[in-house]
Design a binder for this molecule. Structure first.
Ligand SMILES: Nc1ncnc2c1ncn2[C@@H]1O[C@H](COP(=O)(O)OP(=O)(O)OP(=O)(O)O)[C@@H](O)[C@H]1O
Ligand SMILES: [Mg+2]
Length: 237
């Protein structure tokens, strides 16, 4: 792999909660402009991995390089400023704040406080413009997911981390969310790492995949190399 194009590089990352290790010696590299999927059954450590990249879980050992800087010990708010956005599992928008104020929270974290919402946000999400004054909690699940994605975009990131963005979203909206991720990647050139369980999505939209089991990356490759036997081995319940 050409190192010069690597945007994110995890080397021998070990992390966990208290005394219990969750990530065991994870090595993973994502190139500038890629869209990659992180796969694995419940509880294997996918969320923990994204949280570690974001600095929400300290590393026990190993290192994380982002955009040629070692960010292994960098606090989360600085990682946001450097250009990493995290859209957590379950979305975590502010239900009692308006859509507009939820969006502006995305600016606050990036150090661009006080600026207005860029028009392109509404090109991506026209629905948000029509609902600016509504409370976030009154939006549908799919709309809340769009709000969470838009909030992440507000900081103008280089890398976006999505944790199961289509989980719990009604089927008719799932495709819309998937297309949004594709557009973010293709039109804005933002590198995307997405935890996703829908194999069709991985095969259609991702360039590469990483398969996790018990805190380790056990398989990786181009998305066309995600065979049914790998799916059966590591994803079927
Ligand atoms: N806050 C926490 N404190 C202690 N243990 C935790 C905490 N969060 C997660 N764990 C444990 O860490 C392991 C990995 O959890 P994680 O949430 O990273 O898995 P996941 O792959 O994202 O699962 P899912 O598909 O269900 O979202 C699990 O054994 C889980 O119980
Ligand atoms: Mg998870």
């Amino acid at each position: 792999m050409n190192k010069s194009t690597s945007l994110l590089e995890l080397s021998n990352v070990t992390a966990g909660y208290g005394q219990s290790p969750v990530l065991l010696d994870v090595n993973l590299s994502v190139n500038q402009g890629e869209l990659v999927c992180l796969l694995g059954r419940n509880g294997v450590g996918k969320t923990t991995l994204l949280r570690s990249i974001m600095g929400l879980n300290p590393l026990t050992s190993g290192s994380i390089i982002f955009d040629a800087d070692d960010i292994s010990k960098t606090p989360t708010f600085k990682r946001v400023k450097y250009g990493i956005a995290y859209i957590p599992q379950g979305r975590e928008i502010m239900p009692y704040l308006s859509v507009e104020d939820n969006l502006k929270l995305g600016l606050a974290g990036s150090g661009k406080k006080g600026k207005s919402i860029p028009k392109e946000i509404f090109d991506f999400f026209p629905m948000l413009r029509d609902n600016l004054s509504r409370k976030g909690g009154l939006l549908s699940g799919g709309q809340q997911q769009q709000l969470a994605i838009a909030r992440g975009l507000m900081a103008n990131p280089k890398l976006m981390l999505f944790d199961e963005p289509t989980e719990g979203i009604q089927p008719s909206i799932v495709q819309e969310i998937e297309q949004t991720l594709k557009r973010i990647n293709e039109e804005k050139g933002i590198t995307v790492v997405v935890v996703e369980q829908k194999i069709d999505f991985v095969r259609q939209l991702a360039q590469r995949f990483f398969m996790m089991e018990k805190g380790k990356i056990v398989a990786r490759g181009k998305s066309e190399e995600l065979t049914d036997s790998l799916v059966n081995q590591y994803l079927a319940v």
